[in-house]
Design a binder for this molecule. Structure first.
Ligand code: F6R
Length: 242
């Protein structure tokens, strides 16, 4: 794993955006794996700025998002589809037919999960996957006691995740209890991974990711086995590292 510790959130976002932009410049038809949450917002903003300066062209790019809340329609302002549209896609020249976010509502979840995996495979696999990390070490919505073999599937959200994500909702009761998430196996099949973390609340999860025992208790610990992971941290998130 490559570790980059930068001064602050802005530096982290700039570094991540420049890695993604280089990927797209080198391979215009790149397949990007994307994340939501607070952490990558600055990265998306930087990428939009790069696009506005004509430094990067997204017209041939395909994207696959990590996860979506179960039970939320695309149009719901809390859905991850809505987040992606309003924080990134509507500002760039991506073909909206090339955008993929797991379906939050479905008559046949199992079938939709299989077809999500099939679509990733048919696209040629994910070239670079962006990850945030939960305070409990989750990646995507792969919560502690994860099955490392799982592909895209329906997951029950951990208590800590529900609490942490309540900040985006009017009340904790509104936070969905389930989500559709790429599995650890899906994530590990990405050719390259960048994991972003900012703030002291992530410091312990980051320490465990890098130095912890590889165990289903800490889902992110499995990243130790991937051959091309870059972890970009601000100083606060790196606090527990030597
Ligand atoms: C989001 C995702 C989650 C978040 C994680 C951190 O698509 O899969 O794993 O990356 O919960 O969230 P933030 O960035 O809000 O701290």
């Amino acid at each position: 794993m490559e570790l980059l510790v930068v001064k602050n959130y802005e530096e982290m976002s700039k570094k991540a955006a420049s890695i993604i932009a280089s990927q797209v410049v080198i391979k215009p038809q790149s397949i990007l794996g994307l994340a939501t949450g607070d952490t990558p917002l600055g990265m998306y903003k930087e990428l939009v700025e790069k696009y506005n300066r004509n430094e990067v062209d997204f017209s041939k790019v395909k994207t696959f998002n990590l996860d979506e809340y179960y039970g939320l329609e695309k149009e719901n302002s809390q859905s991850y589809y809505y987040y992606m549209m309003n924080n990134f896609f509507k500002f760039i020249n991506i073909d909206k037919n090339n955008v993929n976010v797991p379906k939050g509502t479905s008559d046949d979840v199992e079938e939709d999960c299989l077809s999500y995996e099939k679509k990733i495979k048919e696209a040629g696999g994910i070239d670079i996957q962006v990850l945030g990390i939960g305070v409990n070490g989750h990646i995507g919505f792969n919560e502690p006691n994860v099955n490392f073999e799982a592909q895209t599937h329906l997951v029950e959200l951990d208590e800590k995740t529900i609490k942490s994500n309540a900040r985006f909702f009017n009340s904790i009761d509104e936070v969905p209890k389930k989500a559709i998430s790429m599995g650890i196996k899906t994530i590990l099949q990405s050719k390259k991974i960048i994991l972003l973390a900012t703030g002291e609340s992530k410091a312990e999860a980051i320490y465990n990711t890098l130095y912890g025992k590889i165990s289903p208790e800490i889902p992110s610990s499995i990243l130790q086995l991937h051959q091309d992971v870059t972890i970009i941290l601000d100083e606060e998130a790196a606090k527990k590292l030597k």
